[in-house]
Design a protein around this ligand. Structure first.
Ligand code: NFE
Ligand code: MG
Length: 521
């Protein structure tokens, strides 16, 4: 049996390492480690409750919108208010623009280079200046790597890379097309950020998300500008992103069988009413069959996490007491469980729950994908299913955003007023790009007595729980074939298909510590 480490796992947000036992070319055991500690939940204690909104957005630069939205809803609940109709729609639009941006980021800039051969750009014969520039960068990266094969270099974004004969797509045209998509995606993400800023005040940390709605009054000028940007983003999603995901899926059909997991949770998202009763993507639990979601069943367990907080607490009573040297603990990520079960969250979870809830739009899109691959639903519960779900979702959200813009009431009130109660409790649930995000607040004497965030990556990158049941990524890795222990690209593909963000998952930074040395990936 060999120990195989990916430390750190690059091209994700934050620091994650994976430890695997590999026997006869297959993963037989896996540990998912979040290697840094931050501490936002403790920073919040004693502050004005409305400050939470702006502070929690600093948890992450990739999904600040979702933290701002979860926090606003959490304060809505604690202040006993609801958003106005405009406030609800503007929140949907800001979140939608951020999610589409995030999915494009994940596919092209975080995951694609596990499949696409970046060195194919050296055979590019065209004249697009950005691609010619890229050709020079890649050439330079290869030169640097030749001189210092075992060192991490900061020469460029593409190296070090996994080195193996059969790791990448062979067709030069497909590779060059995907690489052109990689470059174009940078520009499209900027446009999506501009969409966030139009109604959110700025990006990436929008200032307009507040309890009761959004501070930006929708004007016809802003709506027109948003529509213009959306048209370009929508075109890219339909004509470039979706076809590239299909090309990768056709080249790597095995990944419809790898990285499987079968328990899913969604808090429901893109609210259709101000009471959060109806959604574009439904709320629910799927574990062989659909179940009704009940947030009272959420707990965080810490047997293997570096905390001496009480274990198995509901987030309203949650604690964040760091214990860096705790015996047996192997991560800073807690183990959230729903009714004692580790749940996968994210676009795939949203699609599976919507599909099983009878969502006609999702059914049409998912059935379309299954038809292309001549397959049935279970294949979707896999690494490729996660990529496909993000692409489908980006397409659907882009289409839906056009309708939401038409539902806005020009010049009308985007938010309801609030007053801060002396004591109250609140819960704010939203679906971030990476999955279900929950914030909980306990207000005493008008200040934050306790604030807890349970984040998507905490769900899927969780360690073993109090009953020694592994987290979703750990379980999904078991059985993965590893062709070369020094280049475990197959495992990296599985982990990355979940789109981990450790900055979100732990929300704390331990300074003065070497995060790790690595020579793979
Ligand atoms: Ni830092 Fe985040 C998203 C949230 S993930 S990216 O999406 O919430 O755990
Ligand atoms: Mg937390």
């Amino acid at each position: 049996m060999a120990k195989v480490y990916i430390d750190p796992l690059t091209r994700i947000e934050g620091h994650l390492s994976i430890e695997m036992d590999v026997q006869n070319g297959k993963v037989v055991d896996a540990k998912c480690r979040g290697d840094m500690f931050r501490g936002y939940e403790t920073i919040l204690q004693g502050r004005n409750p409305v400050d939470a909104n702006q502070i929690v957005m600093r948890i992450c630069g990739v999904c600040p919108v979702s933290h701002g939205e979860a926090s606003s809803r959490c304060l809505d609940d604690a202040f006993k208010i609801k958003p106005t109709k405009n406030g609800r729609i503007l929140r949907n639009l800001i979140l939608g623009a951020n999610t589409v941006q995030s999915h494009i980021l994940h596919f092209y800039h975080l995951a694609a280079l596990d499949f696409v051969d970046i060195t194919a750009i050296l055979q590019y014969k065209g004249s697009v200046s950005s691609l010619l520039k890229l050709k020079d960068w890649v050439k330079n990266d290869i030169e640097v790597k030749k001189g210092r094969p075992d060192e991490i270099t900061s020469a460029g974004p593409f190296l070090p890379r996994y080195e193996g004969n059969d790791f990448y797509i062979k067709d030069v045209d497909t590779n060059i097309s995907a690489i052109a998509g990689y470059v174009q995606a940078l520009d499209i993400r900027q446009k999506a950020h501009q969409m966030v800023a139009l109604f959110g005040g700025r990006a990436p940390h929008p200032i307009a998300l507040v309890p009761g709605g959004v501070t930006t009054v929708p004007t016809s000028g802003k709506i027109k500008e948003f529509k213009k940007l959306l048209k370009e983003v929508d075109k890219f999603v339909n004509e470039t992103y979706v076809p590239h995901v299909i090309a990768v899926a056709k080249a790597y059909p095995d990944y419809f069988k790898l990285g499987q997991y079968t328990k899913f949770m969604s808090y429901g998202v893109y609210d259709k009413d101000e009471d959060r009763k109806t959604f574009m993507f439904e709320q629910g639990i799927f574990d062989g069959k659909l179940e009704k979601f009940d947030s009272k069943k959420i707990r965080e367990q810490v047997k293997y996490a570096r905390y001496r907080s009480g274990s198995n607490l509901h987030p309203l009573k949650g604690e964040t007491i760091a214990d860096p040297n705790k015996g047996g603990a192997y991560t800073w990520v807690k183990a959230p469980r729903y009714d004692d079960r580790p749940m996968e969250v994210g676009a795939l979870a949203r699609m599976v729950i919507a599909y099983n809830s009878g969502n006609e739009l999702v059914k049409k899109e998912l059935d379309g994908v299954l038809k292309i691959f001549n397959s049935e639903l279970p294949v979707v519960l896999s690494a490729l299913g996660r990529h496909a779900s993000r692409a489908i979702e980006a397409k659907m959200i882009s289409a839906e955003m056009k309708k939401w813009l038409d539902e806005l009431e020009v010049g009308k009130n985007p938010r309801n007023p609030y007053s801060i109660p002396d004591s109250s409790e609140g819960e704010g649930l939203v679906e971030a790009a990476r999955g279900g995000l929950g914030h909980w607040i306990d207000i005493k004497k008008g200040k934050i007595a306790n604030y807890q965030a349970v984040v998507p990556t905490t769900w899927f990158c969780s360690p073993k729980d109090d009953r020694d049941v592994k987290g979703p990524v750990e379980q999904a890795l078991i059985g993965t074939p590893i062709s070369d222990n020094l280049n475990p690209i197959e495992a990296a593909r599985i982990v990355r298909s979940f789109d981990p963000c450790l900055a979100c998952a732990i929300h704390v930074v331990e300074g003065d510590r070497e995060i790790g040395k690595f020579r793979v990936c």
